[in-house]
Design a protein around this ligand. Sequence first.
Ligand SMILES: [Zn+2]
Length: 218
Amino acid sequence: MSEFELFSEDELKEEIIRISKTLYERSLITALGGNISARIPGAREFWITPSQVFKGALKPDDLVKLNLDGDLVEGFLKPSIEWPMHAAVYKVRPDVNAVVHAHNPMVLGLTLAGKRIKTTITDEAVLLLRRIEEIEFKFPGTTQLAEAVAQAASRGARAIILKNHGVLALGTNLLEAEAIVELLEAIATIEFVCYTLGREPPEVPPEEIEVAKKYWGI
Ligand SMILES: [Zn+2]
């Protein structure tokens, strides 16, 4: 177990429940939408939210523990049907210990309108989002979606936009993955304001991004 280990399994589960409630209250997921998973760093098993349970008031016993093949390890309910894309990320990214999937309306709207979510319009986006990938629509729960997610994840993405569907945030821990989902929505909102007022969003100057790379090794 890593010295950076922040959570016991019970704490991981509480954090998943907190984030699920927050995303629901912020309208980033609907009552039955979205899913969240997390693992103890390096583990071959992960906890995930269940299928068809109200996401605004989950309880620890609602969560389900799976191995990377999707076999049930602990829990009583049916896991989210989108578990294959979570497992796919953990298989190819040892640095990722939390995956948050939400249905961000502003990100989806902007993307479907043909606009790109930019990682360079605020300092926070430069530092936190870094690399974003966008993948074509594949139906939720399918092997095809899991494979497309695995490919994008293996290229180092910290966020993957699933066209006509939602976003997937890949974090070293749950808080980071939550922050990525929320920041994507904030960036999309900022871009929307700029486009609405007839202006292409100006980006942080490239030389300043180079400074950030040097300072923080991003
Ligand atoms: Zn979804």
